[in-house]
Design a protein around this ligand. Structure first.
Ligand code: SAH
Length: 387
């Protein structure tokens, strides 16, 4: 973070990793290969042990050292004495009528974040959080109203993937037909304000001897932390999504306040320079459809002009409401007209079907101050019932 010296909003310092046991055993989940080797070296183990453990942890999903049958009994016992592979506690586990599933996970300091699994016909996507809360205060986003913010550690980010794999029964890592085939860093938080931890976590997730999800199946979404976009491309090479949402600085300043720091022209320049772009590897521009705010045909035409020269596709996201939100969703006709203009200019422009709305799991609805969380889910259910 802060690699180019840009100042970042204050976040409370991150605390220790995953719950060490009450008796102080260290959790091995989320250590890089190097860290794992170093940890084992401290107890006199040679480097190849790290590789064996890596296989058990990230390919087989072991939660118990006793299961590691190619390690000697004594060594297994020693591991169990010193270390754990415990997962975070699950505060809420809820499934939508459309199959979307949301977990609220609780970490060592009691803070909670959400991850969401979205099954589709040809894939399954896990939406992963990068921070507890978010400092960006985008006006249409529920997470932006959450007060407490801290960065997640790399182990806490990896643990979200482990938890989903556990729940979906996908150990050992399947080669084909995975329920969890794709990852989007589109949960709570701004991943490029927590780049080091996100990068470390994604490298673990991408490692081909473990969870093995390739960089082509990982999309990192940012509201536009321009100085970090280049590093994201160079160090991770994952797919990039940009939360654009407006075509003028005037409007974007208002609804995506980070625009005041990094205006549209700078943002799009960083996109033009993102490495590895071509027709098969495009940048996704997310555009939330807000009734009478950003949804006119003129704005669709302006959007097409802005994107000129960038291999791009546009995801139109019908605004997902939350209690007290100051916006409404654009009408289907308005969204269709917008989509047609963008499509006819040569850009894919799918309208994203809201998923998991009934469990407050859709884009922009995540917020995990858990008391408020449960209250707002109840409010949403009541609103639906009375509608
Ligand atoms: N901070 C990152 C990651 C969050 S991604 C980013 O801004 O990209 C979540 C996506 O959902 C973003 O595109 C965000 O702008 C969008 N979003 C937020 N609130 C929404 C809402 N209420 N309805 C629809 N989309 C929303």
């Amino acid at each position: 973070m802060g690699a180019m010296g840009e100042s970042e909003p204050a976040v409370t310092p991150e605390v220790a990793a995953l719950p060490a046991d009450a008796d102080g055993r260290a959790n091995l989940i989320g250590l890089s290969r190097e860290e794992l080797a170093a940890t084992l070296a401290e107890i006199g183990q040679p480097a190849f042990r790290a590789r064996q453990l890596w296989h058990w942890i990230y390919h087989r999903g072991a939660v118990d050292f006793a299961a590691m049958s190619n390690l000697s009994k004594d060594f297994r016992a020693e591991l169990a004495q010193r270390f754990t592979l415990a997962r975070p506690a699950i505060s809420v586990d809820r499934q939508s009528i459309d199959g979307t599933r949301k977990w609220l996970l609780k970490f060592a300091d009691g803070q909670e974040v959400e991850s969401v699994h979205i099954p589709e016909e040809d894939r399954g996507t896990l939406c992963v959080s990068s921070q507890v809360g978010c400092t960006l205060t985008c006006k249409f986003c529920h997470t932006g109203t959450q007060r407490l913010v801290r960065n997640l550690t790399a182990p806490e980010i990896v643990a979200q993937v482990m938890n989903a794999r556990d729940a979906l029964g996908e150990w050992p890592s399947p080669q084909e037909g995975r329920l969890l085939s794709n990852i989007v860093m589109m949960g709570m938080g701004e991943p490029l304000y927590n780049f080091d931890n996100v990068a470390k976590a994604l490298k673990i997730v991408m490692d081909h001897e473990g969870i093995a999800i390739s960089r082509r199946k990982i999309t990192l979404s940012t509201a536009g932390v321009v100085p970090m976009i280049e590093r994201c491309g160079a160090e991770l090479g994952v797919m990039l999504a940009i939360s654009l949402h407006a075509v003028t600085d005037e409007l974007r300043d208002r609804i995506v306040p980070i625009n005041k720091k990094y205006p549209i022209a700078e943002l799009l320049n960083a996109c033009r320079n993102y490495p590895g772009l071509n027709n098969a590897r495009r940048i996704t521009f997310e555009y939330v459809m807000l009734k009478d705010v950003n949804d006119s045909p003129a704005e669709a035409r302006a959007l097409v002009k802005l994107l000129k020269g960038i291999p791009a596709k546009v995801n139109l996201i019908p605004f997902n409401p939350w209690p007290g939100a100051p916006f409404e969703r654009s009408t289907p006709e308005r969204i269709a007209a917008f989509s047609d203009i963008v499509f006819n200019a040569g850009y894919a422009s799918p309208v994203r079907t809201p998923r998991g709305e009934d469990i407050m799991a859709a884009c922009g609805q995540l917020k995990s101050d858990s008391v408020k969380q449960r209250r707002s889910e109840r409010d949403a259910a009541e609103a639906r019932a009375s509608a």
